[in-house]
Design a protein. Structure first.
Length: 514
């Protein structure tokens, strides 16, 4: 018989790793299952072909289908130890205190409701920042919520481009602040300091200086007893009498089928992988809010504005995703539509050349190469509304080679979502023009990099699949701890809140002994 674990965690991203950190720290016997493999680190990560979906860790092995405005397209997922943390830009912002409060302008009739307040999560935000060893400068963000601790690391010096953007923002009467970053700028044992290269956001770190899950969190946990099985696909959660008894899974290299048992199970397979597994296992039928599983998908209404400058704005060729603008977060007198919350603006570097070349005809490649050093940009993050019709469902007629039915994703932005993004893009163009850009290009993001929702927490058991500690209603020993849990998306990067919430839920598991 397979060994009985205290907990089996499915997925090795931000939520799964944070949960493992707390449980292993409490002396529990924990097994982590990951569909992908470890990411190799070395000079190859500096190559254009290492960025996002060009990477070998972006898998179309079991593709999802996206139905949107009459189109039907396939897309894949990142399968690797550490999940999307490997490719993230490391921005580690807390949600604002008001993001946890009911905002009818955002939630409408969706029934979305946070079951706890910012004050309840604040100690776990502090622990999350410590776990990720975040570098930041408190006090500069005009919307920053109260905090009980400073950042574990001071923010590094501003790059030349960042100083230029910050100066332009101040000229417009805005209050630029330092983005907190989960990057190592310190002399830590067994870690490498950041060398401020340009292949950070969208790339695996070649030297392991990002504080991603695989570089920073998992190695010490493995030395303390965490078991990790990579290259394992979980196909079903098998339950009886309101409890999961075991998971069924397949080793993708050997083909071996496994049954693994534990006292409790944590699903951290991502905003699509988690509802896909729960629905494929039929567990939604045991939940009073089971109809919400897969629904209320949010992805932020994001866009980028790239400015072209007469002279290269980043002559030093340094990492410069360092400055944020939150003056428009809760709305602004100069914006009439929409009223209320808008979102944030963040500095972003030029897009990876490999991705650009993959999307434009070859004759334009020399022009792209010549223009690259003359470009810098801004990312706008507009909060999108939770809508039941934005969802993942299963297509039982299309089953992958492991036996999982294909996930079908439907998503449409609301008029309010689009209006908020348009307002922020207008402000971002103004800022770049003030900084000296003479030509603009707007790119509307269509990926699911900030996706949340789909197995949400809430107050009402009829409208939320998870209780306040993210226990799956109707199944006593099952928790969902990734971005799926969020009832609303706020308007900042979700990673730090995923980690903080997982730490809070893990403490509850330990205290309850469940």
């Amino acid at each position: 018989m397979a060994p009985l674990y205290d907990a089996i965690i499915i997925g090795s991203g931000f939520g799964g790793a944070a949960t493992a950190s707390a449980l292993v720290g409490a002396g529990e016997h924990v097994l982590m299952l990951e569909r992908g493999d470890w990411v190799a680190r070395g000079p190859e990560n500096w190559h254009d072909s290492s960025a996002l979906e060009l990477s070998p860790y972006y898998s179309m092995q079991s593709p999802y289908r996206l139905r949107n405005n009459g189109s039907d397209a396939a897309f894949g997922a990142f399968h690797c130890v550490g999940g999307q943390s490997i490719f993230s830009g490391c921005v580690s912002l807390r949600f604002r205190a008001e993001d946890f409060e009911l905002d009818p302008e955002i939630t409408g009739d969706s029934g979305a409701r946070w079951p706890y307040s910012y004050q309840d999560l604040e100690p776990y935000y502090a622990r999350a920042e410590a776990l990720l060893h975040v570098a930041g400068d408190p006090g500069g963000d005009p919307t920053e919520p109260p905090r009980s601790t400073s950042y574990p690391q001071p923010a590094p010096p501003l790059a030349q481009t960042s100083r230029r953007i910050s100066t332009a923002a101040a000229r417009l009467g805005l209050r630029p602040f330092r983005l907190p970053l989960a990057i190592n700028y310190s002399d830590l044992p067994n870690r490498t300091r950041c060398i401020t290269c340009l292949t950070c956001d969208a790339y695996p770190c070649a030297i392991g200086a990002k504080n991603d899950v695989a570089s920073h969190i998992l190695p010490p946990l493995l030395s303390r007893g965490l078991e990790l099985k990579p290259n394992v696909v979980v196909t079903r959660l098998v339950s009886s009498r309101g409890r999961v008894e075991h998971v069924e899974c397949i080793d993708t290299r050997s083909g071996e089928r496994l049954r693994l048992h534990a006292r409790r199970f944590v699903v951290s397979a991502g905003v699509f992988g988690s509802p896909q597994l729960i629905l494929a296992s039929g567990l939604d039928r045991q939940n009073p809010g089971g109809d919400t599983v897969g629904r209320f998908l949010m992805r932020h209404c994001n866009g980028m504005v790239f400015g072209f400058f007469p002279a290269p704005p980043n002559k030093e060729r340094e990492f410069h995703k360092q400055v944020g603008i939150n003056d428009f977060y809760f709305g602004h007198p100069s914006v009439r539509n929409p009223r209320g919350k808008l979102g944030c603006i963040q500095q972003v570097m030029s897009p990876p050349l490999g991705l650009v070349r993959a999307r434009v005809p070859r004759p334009f490649h020399p022009l792209i190469n010549a223009a690259a050093d003359h470009v810098t940009g801004l990312l706008v993050v507009a909060e999108d509304q939770p809508r039941a019709e934005n969802r993942l469902t299963l297509d039982p007629a299309n089953v992958d080679r492991f036996g999982l039915p294909q996930g079908v994703v439907e998503h449409h932005y609301t008029p309010r979502d689009l209006a908020a993004r348009t307002a922020l893009l207008r402000k971002a163009r103004q800022l770049l023009r003030t900084a000296g850009a003479y030509l603009m290009y707007v790119h509307r993001i269509t990926t699911f990099s900030h996706a949340v929702g789909t197995v949400r927490t809430g107050v009402d058991p009829r409208t939320s699949a998870l209780d306040e500690y993210c226990r799956f209603r109707g199944v006593d020993n099952l928790y969902v701890l990734d971005g799926s849990f969020m009832p609303t998306a706020a308007a900042v990067n979700p990673s730090l809140t995923i980690v903080a919430n997982a730490l809070r839920s893990a403490d509850h598991m330990i205290g309850a002994g469940s």
